[in-house]
Ligand binder design. Structure first.
Ligand code: FRU
Length: 625
């Protein structure tokens, strides 16, 4: 008998090995032809295969196999021994049969016991730190804002999106729309990763004159396809349904680097009226390149700008190029090139600088010397900032509110990545120099649900306001006119009952405004991951590994006060669960930082050292959607 049993189980094992073991589940079966390949056969109609994710697992390759050469395997961190969360993998509509082939995940991984079919996927928030009024994806990873465009009353916010996990990968263009820049509706991703590569950052325009031949007022998107096989090449896609879906141009790419550059990406396309042509600006390693076109398919190289300009060393990314009146004077307009750089931030990692100058239709000439760097934001969590097209005279920019140093390891799970508040850009003059202000858009006033008016306070040493809001979810705005007076240090602390605090203060000796998050809550975000370790070429062309990571989340960031006039500063401070954004004097200084307090800040303590400070017109607004 025993012998028979052994025989039987041996025969079963053999059968499993030869024809690979078939496991029947509800609506699908799974076979493991070998230890690192799994085939899922779906045999009933369902919307999703729900996949268990473990962020510390290596990426497996998950492909919906339709037999077409266009089938693309997605990189997904299927759970090996524990499950962090689930993501939905969409199945083809209207069919009972689907085959999903998964490579590079072991046959004993825990995911196989937990994958299932479903027709729904809950996107109800499960994250403590999810902002209340900033835009976030419902789930999955988000970085740069892409293809910002306004059309028929809708602001389209596309974004670098991974629908298959909350870490960077599988770049798609996610999509949200808004009528007021504040309330966002989440739509399906608009452009999916394909066999030409990840869909990297780019821009969208409204083709008013049908230059590309896809119809008057078609939306045309420009993005970089990025892959090891094809490198970084510029592609286009068009939409005739107000940006909901895009068709990729059949002859992509439309532009490749003439010198084989490895870093050549993030096309920004705009209409240049004097030449009556479309222009494209593309980041090309350490400079930006200009191109021109009549039909948006054939592009002619014009010029380059940027080598040696701004902070060094750097890598140029995500350009924008806008024209704005100086001090509101329509007769005196200047061109501004927005350059996102990573690394190079004053405070480590990624940041946004800009150059003011003139453009003659071919060449951009910067007003200042190469070594002059002007920052669009003085925090550490403001990146890949670009502007909406088709908004007329108004220029509105949207930043990604994170930093490549630690974006992948923030203490958030269901989604990762938020946008900072949309800001309106304008130019002002100070001491003969032109600077760009970035102020929270006026629509943010509609977020004010309730206002506690405190009025004026003279602070001799300190003044504490407890319970800033009776009903406080961690989303509020402080508004005030602050005069540091003779105080050496004058400012405020946002605090909670655990003693966690974010300090915002004026340092008279250094003439700076400082935001200090060293004691703001969770500040140790952990160790570097594969995302902050890069291969880099040294001057003598050796390849070395470089770590774009220092465990320095606990730091203070500062801005020079000589950007402002006078001795009283108008402050708007926006707090939203895990972020603090300061706008001084309508955006002459903007400063954006993430913070992770383990309880909401509900106490406001003003303090001054070495003299009195005056706080006038203090309002505390509870913010919500
Ligand atoms: C900037 C960036 C872009 C690139 C994208 C990839 O954050 O590196 O240059 O297109 O992210 O996700």
């Amino acid at each position: 008998m025993k012998k028979n049993l052994i025989h039987l189980s041996f025969a079963f094992l053999l059968a499993c090995n030869l024809s690979s073991c078939q496991q029947e589940k509800n609506g699908f079966s799974m076979e493991h032809p070998n230890d690192s390949v799994t085939i899922v056969h779906v045999n009933r109609e369902a919307k999703y295969l729900i996949l268990p994710i473990q962020e510390s697992s290596r990426e497996g390759k998950v492909k919906l196999d339709t037999g077409s050469p266009a089938d693309m395997a997605m990189d997904i961190r299927l759970a090996t021994d524990s499950i962090d969360y689930y993501v939905p993998f969409a199945l083809p509509e209207g069919t009972k049969e689907a085959k999903i082939v998964i490579n590079k995940v072991k046959s004993n991984a825990i995911c196989w016991d937990n994958i299932q079919l479903a027709d729904t996927f809950s996107t109800e928030n499960t994250d403590y730190y999810r902002p209340i009024y900033h835009h976030t994806p419902l789930y999955g990873w988000m970085n740069d804002a892409n293809g910002l465009v306004y059309k028929d009353g809708e602001y389209h916010l596309y974004f670098q999106y991974n629908p298959y996990g909350s870490m960077w990968g599988n770049m798609h263009w996610g999509h949200s729309v808004s009528r007021d820049l504040i309330h966002w509706d989440h739509l399906d991703p608009a452009i999916a990763r394909d066999t030409l590569g990840h869909i990297f950052s780019g821009s969208t325009i409204v083709d008013h004159n049908n230059s590309a031949g896809y119809g008057k007022n078609a939306l045309i998107a420009f993005y970089t396809s990025a892959s090891d096989e094809h490198g970084q090449i510029q592609c286009m896609a068009y939409s005739n349904d107000n940006g909901r879906t895009y068709t990729k141009y059949e002859n992509n790419p439309i532009l490749t680097p003439f010198d084989g550059l490895k870093d050549f990406r993030d096309p920004k396309v705009f209409w240049y009226e004097p030449a009556k042509k479309w222009y494209m600006i593309v980041s090309a390693d350490k400079e930006m390149r200009f191109y021109a076109s009549d039909n948006m398919k054939d592009w002619t190289y014009l010029s380059s700008f940027g080598k040696g300009y701004g902070v060094q060393p750097n890598q140029f990314e995500c350009p924008d190029f806008i024209q704005l009146p100086v001090d509101g004077n329509e007769q005196n307009k200047k061109w501004v090139m927005i350059v996102n750089i990573n690394p190079g931030c004053l405070f480590g990692g990624s940041a946004t600088e800009y150059f003011v100058g003139d453009f003659d239709g071919t060449t951009f000439t910067c007003d200042t010397k190469p070594e002059v760097t002007k920052w669009l934001d003085f925090g550490k969590d403001h990146y890949a900032t670009v502007c909406f097209s088709n908004t007329g005279e108004r220029v509105v920019a949207v930043p990604w509110m994170s930093n490549w140093q630690y974006a992948n390891i923030t203490p958030i799970r269901q989604y990762r990545g938020a946008n900072a508040l949309p800001r309106e850009l304008s130019l002002y003059t100070k001491d003969g120099e032109i600077y760009m202000a970035a102020n929270a858009v006026k629509e943010t006033r509609d977020l004010r649900k309730e206002t506690r008016t405190i009025g004026n306070i003279s602070v001799a040493r300190e003044h504490t306001i407890s319970e800033v809001l009776a009903q406080n979810e961690g989303a509020f705005e402080l508004e005030m006119d602050l005069t540091p007076g003779q105080a050496q240090t004058a400012g405020l602390e946002l605090m909670n009952s655990k003693g966690e605090r974010t300090k915002i203060y004026f340092d008279r000796e250094q003439n700076r405004l400082v935001m200090d998050r060293t004691e703001s809550g969770i500040t140790d975000l952990g160790e570097p991951t594969e995302f902050n370790v890069h291969e880099k070429e040294t001057d003598d062309h050796r390849k070395v590994l470089s770590v774009n990571y220092v465990n320095d989340f606990a730091l203070g960031t500062w801005a020079p006060l000589n950007l402002c006039e006078g001795t009283t500063y108008h402050l708007n401070i926006f707090v939203d669960k895990c972020s603090v954004e300061i706008f001084v004097d309508n955006g002459r200084i903007a400063m954006t930082n993430l913070v992770f307090p383990t309880e909401v800040y509900n106490t406001l303590r003003f303090y001054s050292e070495g003299g009195n400070m005056q706080v006038n017109n203090l309002n505390i607004h509870r913010l919500g959607l």
